[in-house]
Structures are given as C-alpha cells and as structure tokens.
Ligand binder design. Sequence first.
Ligand code: 6DK
Ligand code: ZN
Length: 370
Amino acid sequence: TRTGYLWNTLYGWVDTGSGGLAPSSVAAGLQPISHHVAHPDTKRRLHELVVASGLIEHLHELSASPASRADVLRVHDAAHVDRIIAEGAQPKGGDAGDGVSPFGQGGDAIAFLAAGGAIEATRAVVSGEVDRAYALINPPGHHAERALGRGFCIFNNTAVAAAYALEELGLERVAIVDWDVHHGNGAQDIFWESPQVLNISLHQNRCFPSDSGFRDENGGGEGAGRSVNIPLPPGGGNAVYEYALEQVVIPALEAFEPQLILVPCGFDAAIMDPLARMMVRADGFRRLTRLITDAAERICDGRIVFLQEGGYSPYYVPCCGLGVIEELAGVTTGIADAYEPIVGAMGGDELLAHEREAVDAAGALLPGIT
Ligand code: 6DK
Ligand code: ZN
C-alpha cells in the first residue's frame, strides 16, 4: 500500500495566543501562558516523531497549496471568509468567530493552507496516486460551521475536502467518521440537508459544544437520516470506541456505501488528554484505524483520508499519531507506546454496561440510511 502523508511547516506556526480559555486577563485571573492548550507544538511533535522514527521513509509525502476562495465558499458563507481575511490582516490577528479562538496576523493564510492540505490528500487518494492518506493539518476544522468559526477552528477542512470530492472529483457519496472527542458540529451544520454526505460523530457527551451532538440530531430535508451522533459517557476507552465502530459506525457505512471515507482524527479521546475525560490508549487508536481501514477496503476500494483535528497532550499525541500512521502504512518502526507502563492498567479495556447502552441507543436510531 502507498500511504500519503502531508505536513507543512506553517501548520506549526499557528498562533493560538498567550491566553488560556480567553485572552489573558488580570481582572478575570487568567494568567498569560506560553503554551496555549492548542499550541501547535503538540502536532509538530507528532510530525517530528514521524521523521525521527524513520516512518517517513515509508510514506509518500504530499504537499499542500492554499485552498482557493471558491474551494472554501463551497461550505462557508462569503461573509465568514471575508471577515477571516480582514482579521488576518490586522497587526494582532483576529478570532475564528466565538471570541475564544484567536489567531495571529496571517493566520487566515494558514487556515487556507490547512483546507488546501485536506483537498490535496483527498485528491491524491481519489486519483489513485496513493491508496490512503494522513493529512497532519492545522488549524483544525471540525467545529467551523457555514457562517462561524469556533473551538480553535477557522475553516472546516474536512467539509471543504468532502465538497471538493463531490463537486470537483465527481463522487456521489462521501462519509465522515469523526472520532475527535468533541462533537463534529461543523459538518453536521454544513451538510444537514445533504443526501450525499453521511456525517457520523463519536464524542464525549456534552464536552464541546455542550449543546449539540445528541443522538436525536439526524439531519433534515433530503439529508434526513444522514447525521449520526454517538455521544459517549465520560470514562470510556478502547473498548467502547471499538464497540461503537463495530456496532454502529461500520454498519452505517455499509448501508450508505460511500465512495470515500474522511476521518477527522483527534487524539483528545486519549487517556492523557487534558480537555476531555475518555481513556483511549495508543493501541486503541491503532485498533480503530485497523477497523475503519478494513471497512474502507470492503466498502470503497480502501479510499480513506485521515485529517488531523485536536489532541492536547504534548506527551501522548505523538504516540497515538505514530500508531495510526504506522497502521495506515502497514509498517512498524519498533517504537512502542512509551507511556504504556503508566496508562496500560488504568482501564477502558472492558465494555461497561452504561457504555454499551449508550452505543446501542445510538445504533437503535440508525435512521433510514440506504
Ligand atoms: N477550551 C477540537 O479538539 C477543539 O475539537 C476543541 C475545542 C474545545 C473548546 C473548549 C475548551 C479550553 C480548555 C482549556 C483551556 C483553554 C480552552 F477542533 C478541535 F481542535 F479538533 O475546552
Ligand atoms: Zn477535539
């Protein structure tokens, strides 16, 4: 198998500001911090491990060009795009849209480059230049809605890639399987009424956004039944994610028969992540990758593109990411999960009754996907 891989130095230059939750504030007691929780070093450390481990020798490197305005306008309002460009020209940059997702001067250009990276990885897979791909892009995208950036996301990279595949590459059906720990609200908003996109999101219930991602959000109009949400109770790990893939995600894919699968891939469901309370380990991410790529082989000739979303442990994200990319490439570098001695016995390997119920309830709602 030929595995595409995409990174760009500028993805490591995303400026998330010196605040924590919001811009630092003396009055609010928010002290400035040199590493914002979404500081790009976490993703750069994954890239460096891909290089230092030698895994890069087994990958086909792809290179990103900025998405065009037309590419982004397939899924975003012109007013949103124009506001981002205008704010990117300001000396101190701007904000994606929710007031807590700052970006630096020129950050608009990096956002276009992230969307362009998603397009390039998708183009390479659909054209057959590579069999599958991992796009280590930044800033992330899955919270960006048609008219609004939020949650560190400026443009919805995955949605841009899906729309490109449908409108430029001639595909008719694309599936999104979002396993970032937060809800994939952006694609849900953008493709709510689309019969051509099956959007599945697995997430910790009410982690972010706290008011979306519930089981009964299933799409509308011609898109009725094409949004699937699998909210999970906190504390679940390898076992519940594997069960959800086997019981809900893969059956839904088999029914929908997409021609391409996009995986907004975060590592924030990991046991060491500071923003969420799930317990997936690196071996779990490997296993999920195996399950979904095997499904892609059966369903869509193996066409699958992973697109980087979140992941906030600078320690553990590189371990998890290396596992996923090794699995995609079908090689092992021999570098093991260095944190396994710490996290290996903490749990998450056994499916608990309340976790099974949460997944089964989502599966029972699998609305008319055909
Ligand atoms: N804010 C994402 O991982 C983004 O899904 C997650 C956005 C979470 C916003 C709410 C939150 C904090 C917490 C601690 C400190 C500062 C801000 F889009 C992705 F990147 F993929 O927890
Ligand atoms: Zn996330």
